[in-house]
Ligand binder design. Structure first.
Ligand SMILES: [Zn+2]
Ligand SMILES: [Zn+2]
Length: 281
């Protein structure tokens, strides 16, 4: 919670007038305890994983009903029914939401001294708000660190024991859909949740950047699992971005794949030689 009783007090501490964004943040956060602010991450993730995959799911169902395939579908022969989407989403709610929620609560409350963990690593909720440049630079670092860490975690998940016990669940979808982005064993959700938290823990940010990081990470994961590759997608202009095509190949080749372990960019697979058999058109 912001430690100032009035806007004038906050401006006195800043040594300048607040921007409109800071004034809005002051109004919102001064009345909200920090544990509520941090719980916003769970709400945000629930909204992202529910609403973002919906348009392409509806498009796919509409064309499947006409026995056709929508344009730019990567595996056009695979037809989905409403039951497929409902089963996938139900799993997200049943497994992913409690695991992600538990992880978020752990970030906040449970450490040996029972002090809040998120503020301990330096994630702040006060003023000033970060600039656009600072936010963009931190998010870039987070995506690069996440990509590298998740690459190696994913490779480990493809060892025989880890695949059979954990990662097999995520690979049930050989032709991914957006709702299947978080479709995984609860242990994988926890492991990847810790990986996602590692970047802000290493380079601490403002809680608004923290929310943005989890929201963009969710959207990126949904895009990667969408099963569609649109020629004019804005992600095509991100250098080394793998996208749906890159990850779809990983799901298509399945259990014995040795290709395309990276979730975000393509350079880890290039550097470590795990892009064999995969060619961009
Ligand atoms: Zn995999
Ligand atoms: Zn996947």
């Amino acid at each position: 919670m912001i430690p100032y009783a009035t806007a004038a007090e906050a401006e006195g501490a800043l040594g300048r007038p607040m921007t409109w964004a800071e004034a809005a943040w002051f109004r919102y956060s001064s009345a909200t305890p920090d544990y509520c602010l941090h719980f916003h991450t769970v709400i945000l993730l629930s909204v992202v994983y529910t609403l973002v995959p919906l348009p392409l799911a509806l498009l796919e169902l509409r064309t499947s009903a006409k026995q056709t395939s929508p344009p730019y579908k990567l595996q056009p022969r695979v037809r989905r029914t409403p039951a497929d989407f409902i089963r996938c989403y139900k799993n997200t709610v049943r497994v992913v939401a409690p695991a992600a929620g538990a992880l978020q609560l752990h970030y906040y409350k449970i450490d040996l001294s029972f002090r809040p963990f998120v503020p301990m690593v330096g994630i702040r909720t006060g003023l000033p708000l970060p600039s656009v440049g600072e936010t963009a630079a931190q998010l870039l670092v987070y995506f690069l660190v996440e990509d590298y860490q998740a690459y190696w975690v994913h490779r480990l998940l493809h060892t025989a024991w880890a695949y059979d016990k954990i990662h097999r669940v995520h690979h049930e979808y050989t032709a991914p859909i957006g709702f299947a982005a978080p479709y995984a064993h609860w242990a994988e959700v926890l492991i990847l949740g810790v990986v996602a938290f590692a970047s802000p823990a290493m380079v601490p940010c403002h809680v608004t950047t923290f929310w943005l990081w989890f929201a963009l990470g969710g959207i990126q994961s949904i895009d990667t699992h969408s099963g569609f590759s649109f020629p004019l997608s804005p992600t095509r202009f991100i250098p080394f971005y793998g996208g749906a095509q890159h990850h779809d190949f990983h799901h298509y080749t399945g259990r014995h794949t040795q290709s395309n372990f990276a979730f975000i960019f393509t350079f880890c697979d290039y550097i470590y030689g795990t892009n064999k058999g995969y060619r961009l058109p």
